[in-house]
Write a protein that binds this ligand. Structure first.
Ligand SMILES: Nc1nc2c(ncn2[C@@H]2O[C@@H]3COP(=O)(O)O[C@H]4[C@@H](O)[C@H](n5cnc6c(=O)[nH]c(N)nc65)O[C@@H]4COP(=O)(O)O[C@H]3[C@H]2O)c(=O)[nH]1
Length: 957
């Protein structure tokens, strides 16, 4: 236990030597004489003299012992100090602690210590007394009795003994004094100082009795006195030896100053060692690190509690064992290999290793293995200290990851809570042009482009405050002044206490992606040829316009434009020229409307102009729309320069108004389209407003188309037969005419559905059905003598004939139903023969080769030239009923009929007049040589049975 009071000794023992060294050092030059030294010692009552050169460097020391040794060896008093001094002398630095200094004294067996400065120059001299006084060790060891410290083997002489003899004894025993006793009672003492004094006075010492030189009376101290008292006595009498006597005054020993100091200092050192031991023990046990010591053979010598937890065993269970007793063999071998390496390289070795503890958890340990040696330098084992660095490594890894993430492709800014920039990354510099040192400490607002108003930033900071982050697109400014768009995310970062600590901003320059997005938008929403909004964008805007007109009650208008005869331009001058016209039309349209209005191209030659914010009054709005429509008509009517061509184009414009959500976008577009169609019908190059009645017609048509589709699917058709007669009353054959047996409406005439079937394409399946039905019937006729010689004419529509597989269809029918091909007559119309003439002729020839006949219907209504007709492999011309109808009254028609007949005759074609209703007509025709007739005069088209009856009646006549 260290008493509070002892701490002061401790502190004093730590004070530097220069504090206790006496600076008033008696010194002589090395050339000084032995006699000088003895004289100085005697005069000044000192026991040593420092021998020093002119530079104040101590060269040696001359003590009383040196002087006496010189005397005994017979050296002349004239001998120099260089010859007798102790050299080299023990010097210690002035900054060394008193305790350490004293330990040097003990180690080197010297009683004086020369203290030097950095340049090795003399600072002072420290004696044992100085140490003792400094340490003030009396209090520490005051209770110890003199008996425990004194030396019992005291050399003593009788008063009559010769001094020479006494000196020889002193030298032999390395004693500094000899006690003169008389019957064991100390009566005097002869010290080195006494002898030196004699020498200084030049007294011959060889034959003097000690009684004559001894100091007397002698100072004694009793056996049971404590050393404190002994020390005080010595100090008071300025002596260095006390004779210890028993209660009877008989000498039992001697105590020297050296004994006192040594004892006291020894106590102090013990104390220090004790304290150091306790300190080390506490330290090692309190350490969070694992600490252990193994001998060279790997046997545990010690460990701390933390280490105990690794093996799950107490220190006493670990000591004396090896790693093999606690961990798997491979691990033990690895541990020992590290130990051996540390011992081999003889310096601390660092190892990082994952270690599994007894309780199963793992730690990453950073282990330092240090070879340990004893005070003689002998290797005694390995000291291990291991620290858990699991968390540190994790944090390091996180930091590394964070650092890597920080240096990402995105620009990063980290600010403090006040918004001052703390860090930026390389991507930041690459994007903004600012080096880190230019922005650290600044506010990120230095990047502001000026494109956003206060409200924008206020909303941004509101979001960060409320939700902890903000993300969006922002315009910023680079160092070179260029403004660029970036996608920015700002996140507020809080510390462990939840206080705002930083803001982290991550951004990427989206100049390129924005341009790409704009390009994509352009492609998605704009027509690449004219750069006008396309249908999608128009629909989008129309929806918005509808919503806003509903809100504010204003009208809007849709103008649907179609360029008249655009197809002809394309076909004649080519698509490039057509495209040029479209581009110029687009430009002109744009000049006709206001900023907020939309000009769109739907495709082909169709444009739509959408006008907004027109009058809430329908009539007024219509007038406004008409005005714009007229303006457009006017502009588009002006001549176009298309390459080298000057071209005139006219549009047909349909207009419809809108003011609320009653009509959908699609309905409105359809209305405008219908109106445009009306304009076309009205002669083109005009504008027409949408007429609801027309829409009704169109709706009906649409309904009819659906019904027709159904009818085809469910075979709601029947063939009627109109008889064809010879002027002789002989039946020639019939024309098959289709009828729709409508479930509600009854028999529907072909005029009501054939044109629609043609337009919608349904004519293909309908035509196929007719052909098959006709062939089935013709097949049946073949077996019937009444009918087998008759010809059946079947109407074939243009679209039907142009089908690639039409010839095959006909052949297949003829084959399947056993038709005599010569009895099948296909009726073609003149108009259908205008396109792809060569293809048609080829098909006709192929069918004709089978024996199938061809009749040209409606002859005379078209523009067929004789030249052209001559190329067709026809069998018959049909004189259209329009000419027959008025043949009796109209000279014109009569002339036409005669011409047709003449043509047919010249081409050696058969000919038949249709629509013959009266006997008169028949007679006129007959007078021109026309002997074949079809018409109500003979019969209307009738169902099969009725037709057969007709034939029967005709035969019977
Ligand atoms: N006023 C009057 N009319 C007469 C007289 N004689 C005949 N007709 C009518 O004139 C039309 C003659 O047929 P088309 O010119 O081929 O004209 C046909 C033909 O172009 C077409 N058509 C009829 N059936 C078919 C068919 O199966 N396929 C195709 N593609 N078209 C057909 O429908 C048109 C009309 O057929 P329908 O209504 O049956 O009308 C028939 C017939 O009833 C007459 O003396 N006076």
């Amino acid at each position: 236990m260290i008493a509070q009071a002892d701490i002061s000794y401790n502190l004093r023992s730590n004070s530097p030597l220069k504090d206790i060294a006496s600076s008033n050092v008696i010194h002589l030059a090395p050339d000084a004489k032995l006699s000088d030294a003895a004289a100085v010692m005697t005069q000044r009552r000192i026991s040593s003299i420092v021998v020093m050169n002119d530079d104040a460097i101590p060269l040696g020391i001359v003590t009383e012992t040196n002087v006496i040794a010189a005397m005994q060896s017979g050296l002349s008093p004239e001998a120099t100090l260089r010859e007798i001094m102790t050299a080299p002398v023990v010097t210690v630095p002035a900054g060394m602690s008193c305790l350490d200094g004293y330990q040097v004294c003990l180690r080197d067996g010297v009683r004086h210590m020369i203290v030097v400065d950095d340049q090795n120059k003399l600072v002072g001299l420290v004696s044992e007394t100085d140490f003792r006084l400094q340490f003030n060790l009396a209090a520490l060891t005051g209770r110890r009795q003199v008996a425990t410290v004194m030396s019992r083997a005291v050399f003593s002489v009788s008063p009559e003994s010769r001094l020479a003899n006494a000196m020889a004894q002193m030298q032999a025993h390395h004693d500094t004094c000899v006690v003169v006793v008389d019957n064991q009672r100390p009566i005097g003492i002869v010290t080195e100082r006494d002898i030196v004094r004699l020498f200084a006075h030049g007294t011959d010492h060889t034959d003097i009795a000690v009684r004559d030189v001894m100091s007397s009376p002698v100072l004694t101290v009793s056996l049971d006195a404590n050393i404190n008292q002994a020390a005080e006595t010595m100090l008071g009498a300025k002596v260095r030896h006390l004779i210890v006597v028993d209660n009877d005054g008989l000498m039992v020993g001697m105590i020297a100053e050296h004994d006192l100091t040594n004892t006291m200092a020894g106590s102090l050192l013990d104390l220090k060692q004790l304290a150091e031991g306790a300190f080390l023990h506490t330290l090692v046990n309190a350490l969070p690190d694992l600490v252990w010591l193994k001998d060279v053979g790997g046997v545990y010598l010690a460990c701390n509690p933390r280490f105990e937890s690794m093996f799950g065993a107490r220190e006493e269970e670990i000591v004396g064992k090896t790693d093999y007793d606690f961990v798997p063999q491979s691990v033990a071998e690895a541990f020992l290999a590290d130990d051996r390496r540390a011992m081999k390289v003889n310096e601390p070795t660092y190892i990082e290793e994952w270690v599994t503890f007894a309780d199963g958890h793992c730690e990453l340990l950073e282990t330092i293995k240090t070879p340990m040696r004893d005070s003689h330098g002998q290797l005694i084992g390995v000291l291990g200290i291991a620290r858990d660095i699991t968390e540190r490594k994790r944090v390091e890894a996180e930091i590394r990851i964070a650092a890597t993430a920080f240096e990402s492709q995105e620009g990063m800014i980290v600010t403090d809570a006040e918004g001052k920039i703390l860090r930026v990354n390389k991507a930041f510099t690459a994007t903004t042009g600012y080096a880190p040192e230019e922005v650290v400490g600044m506010n990120p607002s230095l990047l502001s482009s000026g494109r956003h108003d206060r409200a924008f930033y206020a909303a941004m900071w509101d979001s960060i405050r409320q939700h902890g982050s903000w993300a969006g697109e922002i315009w910023n400014r680079r160092k070179n002044g260029e403004i660029y768009p970036e996608r920015l995310t700002i996140t507020a970062v809080k510390d462990d206490q939840g206080h705002l600590a930083n803001y982290v901003a991550a951004f990427s320059d989206i100049t390129n992606s924005k341009a790409a997005a704009e390009e994509i938008e352009r492609l998605a929403f704009y027509d690449p040829l004219t750069h006008l909004p396309n249908r999608r964008l128009l629909i989008d805007r129309l929806q918005q316009a509808l919503a806003s007109s509903t809100r504010n009650g204003s009208h809007g208008a849709l103008l649907f434009l179609d360029l008249d005869h655009f197809k002809t331009l394309n076909d004649t001058l080519g698509h490039d020229i057509g495209d040029k016209l479209l581009q110029q039309v687009a430009e002109r349209l744009n000049t006709c409307v206001r900023e907020g209005d939309t000009v769109a191209r739907l495709g082909g030659d169709e444009f739509v102009v959408m006008l907004e914010d027109m009058s809430p009054q329908a009539l007024e709005a219509a007038a406004q729309a008409e005005l714009i429509g007229a303006k457009i008509l006017n502009r588009l009517n002006r001549a176009y320069r298309l390459g080298t061509h000057t071209y005139h184009s006219t549009p047909s414009i349909g207009i419809t108004l809108f003011s609320d959500h009653i009509h959908s976008v699609d309905e409105l577009l359809k209305q405008a389209d219908i109106a445009m169609y009306q304009a076309k019908k009205a002669g083109r190059n005009t504008l027409s407003f949408f007429d609801p009645e027309m829409q009704e017609t169109i709706n009906l048509r649409a309904a009819l188309e659906n019904e027709l589709r159904e009818a085809i699917a469910h075979h709601q058709f029947e063939l009627y037969y109109q008889i064809q007669m010879h002027s002789s009353g002989r039946v020639l054959g019939a024309e098959a005419l289709v009828r729709w047996l409508h479930p509600q409406r009854g028999v529907v005439q072909p005029q009501e559905f054939i044109p629609l079937a043609e337009e919608s394409g349904l004519i293909l399946s309908l035509g196929q059905w007719v052909l098959e039905a006709a062939c089935i019937e013709l097949g049946n006729w073949r077996q019937n003598p009444l009918l087998s010689a008759l010809t059946l004419s079947v109407n074939v529509s243009a679209r039907q004939f142009h089908q690639a597989n039409f010839v095959r269809q006909v052949k297949e029918c003829v084959r399947r139903y056993g038709v005599n091909p010569a009895r099948l007559k296909l009726e073609l119309t003149e108009s259908m023969l205008l396109d792809n003439t060569d293809g048609i002729i080829a098909s006709m020839k192929e069918l004709k080769a089978l024996g199938i006949q061809f009749s040209l219907d409606d002859f005379g209504t078209g523009y067929s030239s004789l030249q052209y007709l001559k190329r067709l492999p026809l069998d018959q011309l049909k004189i259209d009923q329009n000419f027959v109808r008025d043949i009796v009254k109209d000279g014109n028609d009569e002339a036409i009929v005669r011409t047709i007949i003449a043509m047919a005759q010249s081409m050696e074609l058969d000919f038949i007049a249709e629509g013959v209703e009266t006997e008169e007509q028949k007679q006129v025709l007959l007078s021109y040589g026309c002997t074949h007739y079809q018409g109500y005069l003979f019969s209307k088209p009738v169902p099969l049975k009725a037709f057969q009856q007709l034939v029967r009646e005709a035969v019977e006549k």
